[in-house]
Design a protein around this ligand. Structure first.
Ligand code: SF4
Length: 353
């Protein structure tokens, strides 16, 4: 087949997907933040995951972020107009009491139930978290059985499938992840479609591989925007009302409009806090406009809020509130610095640039 007929096919696919998207969703796009509670994991051997590169000497339970910094991030996300993709971290790192404490505090901040992605969770525990969660995310990564076994040797799919069943019984929504570039082929699409149907999945996160240093995928090729868009478009056509999130990394912001045109609802993975107010963040907002979508919230405009008052209104103990304020101001300091650097660069005389 000639190259031009390939690109004609891709164009037709995207056109159809876009039509399906616009028939069911408004022309908007939100930025979703995944908030992490740790950088280590008791599974620790998924071949693509940076958590698998943590030294053995460090116990996963010692890789927890402070509660203050986690809660500060939720306060920021709320006021920046970001949705919470999910609350996540390494499997087996938080004890149920610790997780419940955080979920309760997060609910106070966001006033909304969130998505939870902490590995396969038993039905009794899901019941316990019910007041604070809207749904569960299974980090399924890939559905092809052979590939899954290779890529996630200690994280089988079956426990996630049981969690989805339990979630169904508890009327919780269900989401899953899929990473393009692990080694799947287009022939795996029917398997994915079947899985989504079987567990009545509401939302899917379609990432493209990030070749993390020190992992088996360190030297792997980054999937093209066309490859990532193909999966999004196929799923949009197969499931017109499925919530599809596309993950993008800082080296891929130029593909946002293309992925939105393939039928994605939202964007995630971009380091929204660290890169807040930078040209890359601005590029994402521009890409949304280019795709004819209104960007919800902001990645570039510094919000003027009485941050301390936001912390004070929470019913948490005083010492924790002081730590949250400290963490919050550290983040705000960096964000402000980014915004000012950009302003200075824009107002500098051309010759001095
Ligand atoms: S279970 Fe999740 S966090 Fe743990 S190593 Fe695998 S992908 Fe990474």
């Amino acid at each position: 087949m000639s190259t031009s007929s390939h690109s004609d096919d891709a164009e037709a696919l995207l056109g159809k997907a876009q039509e399906a998207y616009l028939a069911h969703f408004p022309p908007t796009v939100s930025f979703e933040r995944a908030v992490f509670f740790s950088w280590g994991c008791t599974i620790g051997d998924c071949q693509f995951c940076y958590m698998s590169t943590q030294p053995d000497s460090k116990k996963p339970t010692e890789t927890k972020r402070s509660n203050a910094s986690i809660l500060a991030e939720f306060i920021l996300a709320k006021h920046l107009g970001w949705d919470i993709g999910f609350f996540t971290g390494g499997i087996g790192v938080l004890k149920p009491d610790e997780l419940e404490f955080l979920l309760k505090a997060i609910f106070q901040i966001t006033n909304e139930k969130i998505w939870l992605s902490v590995g396969p969770v038993s039905k009794p525990l899901l019941q316990r978290y019910l007041p604070y969660i809207r749904g569960v995310v299974g980090s399924t990564e890939t559905i092809s059985p052979i590939l899954h076994k290779k890529v996630c040797p200690s994280k089988p799919l079956a426990p996630y499938e049981r969690m989805f069943e339990a979630a169904k019984e508890l009327n919780l929504e269900r989401a899953m992840t899929f990473i393009v570039g692990l080694g799947e082929t287009k022939d795996d699409l029917p398997l994915l479609i079947e899985f989504i149907q079987k567990y009545a999945i509401h939302k899917i996160h379609i990432y493209s591989l990030i070749p993390e240093k020190g992992t088996a995928y360190e030297h792997a090729t980054i999937p093209s925007k066309e490859e990532q868009a193909w999966w999004i478009a196929q799923l949009r056509i197969a499931f017109p009302i499925l919530n599809i999130q596309c993950g993008i990394w800082e080296d891929r912001v130029d593909r946002v409009s293309y992925l939105l045109n393939a039928g994605a609802n939202s964007i995630s993975k971009f380091k929204g806090l660290k890169l807040f107010g930078t040209p890359l963040a601005g590029q994402i907002e521009e890409q949304a406009i280019r795709a004819g979508r209104k960007f919800q919230g902001t990645l570039t405009k510094f919000p003027h809020i009485n941050w301390d008052a936001e912390v004070e209104r929470l019913s948490l103990e005083g010492e924790l509130k002081e730590y949250i304020k400290k963490a919050l101001h550290n983040y705000l300091h960096q964000m402000k610095k980014n915004v000012e650097t950009l302003k200075n660069r824009e107002s500098a005389p051309i010759a001095a640039q």
